[in-house]
Design a binder for this molecule. Structure first.
Ligand code: BG6
Length: 482
């Protein structure tokens, strides 16, 4: 193997506002849909409450308290040698309700401070504009992204961001894992679509809900295309990417029916949104899917042009695990907690949360998307959620995490050797934060341990784990020492 990581490869890590910041109601911040999702576990799913219930626990309210620890946190990221830091902006810090004309200055100022702290260490911020959150007022008053008016509010929010941070941010992502709204209830709630009080985030999408999910995603795709155009107009140096929840889906057997099923899942889970973002139009299979599933989208005559003019500069995605599918009921074996497609893959090992560990799948996925799109590709989430133990001497020996990441960095090297134009890697939850699927703090991904627990104890102190020193060497050697 001859390929090396490119000299300017963007090594870093990723977090999201609602999972790390805490401080959910300070300095004028409004309520986001995330602030209404309770904590849970795999067995006891998180659910949505229409109002804050004082007896319930909401992980986003406190999270890892990055809001008050960002200086210390960014210093630690710099110590690891980060070139980039992917973070998201809480829409509700900028527009508390979402439909105001003027932004909340305290929110704008907070992110100025964060970006300036990044630049102090030569770290380039990579900013997700909406990471699984929408101001809750937009859900209540407008129906979230099912309503086209929300496209305008989003565009206004983007304009404010692109102007305010013109000199500080040049790398942007529009919607985090935009495709998940089509896959399960959680993604749907996070797109701002109204659900009933008490709805579980793992709920299956009903037929009626499906119609709304597809409409919301269409409107988000239009909103994203408008954001890309605007970003380029405001600063031609801006590069904007899409963000897809990436998962490789395998046929469990060589039965052509299994192969076709896997292909269909790849299409609807990955390429449906990816094609619109990168190629600027819906693929043929999308139209067939709408027809066969009785989905009737409201598409404005101007949308085709908007989508065509707002294609992204690069393709980014998250990758944690792969899925396997089969049409043979006798071969199906459910994996609990696994949100990726289908049945257990006998060739893979699974995490404590039931997610398969499959570095080879990352190489396959990278090749597949690069061959399909021919634009630069970036992995903006990857990692192992695991229980960490603090030893008597205070250290955290997370060799399991190092093994997982090492496998994936190796797979990236192989993909580079295959010719994939891979430009960056930002493993997920580089600082411990609240899990999106279960809300747990105990599902840890970080290189940096945060002393905060599911029972809401802990002083938020930060400790580098063993993986911190491993990743520092990976970056120092530009991927040669893994
Ligand atoms: C992605 C999301 O789905 O996976 C993140 O973009 C999330 O927000 C991450 O945290 C890991 O999932 P989880 O459920 O383990 O936190």
């Amino acid at each position: 193997m001859t390929a090396k990581f490119p000299k300017n490869f963007l090594w870093g890590g990723a977090t999201a506002a609602n999972q790390i910041e805490g401080a959910w109601n300070v300095d004028g911040k409004g309520v986001s849909v995330q602030d209404l999702l309770t904590g849970g576990t795999v067995e006891k799913p998180r659910h949505f409450t229409a109002k804050v219930d004082s007896s319930a626990y909401y992980p986003s309210h406190t999270a890892s308290d990055f809001y008050h620890h960002y200086k210390e946190d960014i210093k630690l990221l710099a110590e690891m040698g980060f070139k980039t830091y992917r973070l998201s902006i809480a829409w509700t810090r900028i527009f508390p309700k979402g439909d105001e004309k003027e932004p909340n200055q305290a929110g704008i100022d907070f992110y100025h401070c964060v970006f300036q702290e990044c630049h102090k260490y030569g770290i380039e911020p990579l900013v997700t504009i909406s990471h699984y959150e929408v101001p809750y007022h937009l859900t209540e008053a407008y129906g979230g992204f099912t309503n086209r008016k929300v496209i305008d509010f989003f565009e206004n929010y983007c304009r404010v961001l692109f102007e305010a941070y013109k000199d500080e941010v040049h790398l942007w992502l529009t919607f985090n894992e935009i495709n998940t709204a089509l896959m399960f209830g959680g993604g749907y709630i996070q797109a701002g679509v109204p659900v009933s009080d008490g709805a579980s985030i793992f709920a299956k999408i009903t037929k009626e809900a499906k119609q709304k999910a597809f409409q919301a995603v269409h409107n988000q795709l239009v909103a994203s295309a408008k954001a890309v155009k605007l970003a380029h107009e405001i600063n031609p140096e801006n590069k904007v990417g899409c963000m897809i929840a990436g998962s490789e889906v395998y046929p469990l057997t060589p039965d052509p029916k299994d192969v076709r099923l896997a292909q269909e899942q790849m299409e609807m889970n990955n390429f449906y949104c990816g094609d619109v973002h990168v190629r600027g139009a819906y693929p043929a299979f999308a139209k067939k899917y709408w027809r066969e599933n009785d989905i009737h989208l409201e598409i404005d005559p101007s949308d085709a042009e908007t989508l065509k003019n707002g294609t992204v500069d690069f393709y980014s995605f998250s990758y944690y695990s792969s899925g396997a599918v089969t049409v043979h009921p006798d071969k199906q074996e459910k994996v609990s907690g696994n949100m990726s497609a289908g049945t257990k893959n006998p060739y893979l090992k699974y995490s404590d949360w039931g997610w398969s560990m499959d570095p080879e799948g990352l190489r396959i996925y990278l090749n597949q998307v690069y061959q399909r799109y021919q634009v630069p590709v970036m992995i903006v989430e990857n990692g192992l959620g695991a229980y960490d133990k603090v030893e008597a001497d205070g250290s955290i020996q997370d060799d399991y995490r190092i093994d997982y990441l090492r496998g994936h960095v190796q797979a990236m090297k192989e993909a580079l050797d295959d010719g994939v134009d891979l430009i960056g890697y930002t493993p997920w939850g580089c600082i411990d934060l609240a899990s999106a699927s279960t809300g747990q703090m105990s599902k840890r991904y970080g290189f940096i341990y945060v002393n905060r627990h599911d029972d809401q104890t802990g002083d938020y102190s930060r400790t580098p784990k063993k993986s911190f020193y491993w990743y520092k060497k990976v970056i120092e050697s530009n991927g040669e020492t893994i």
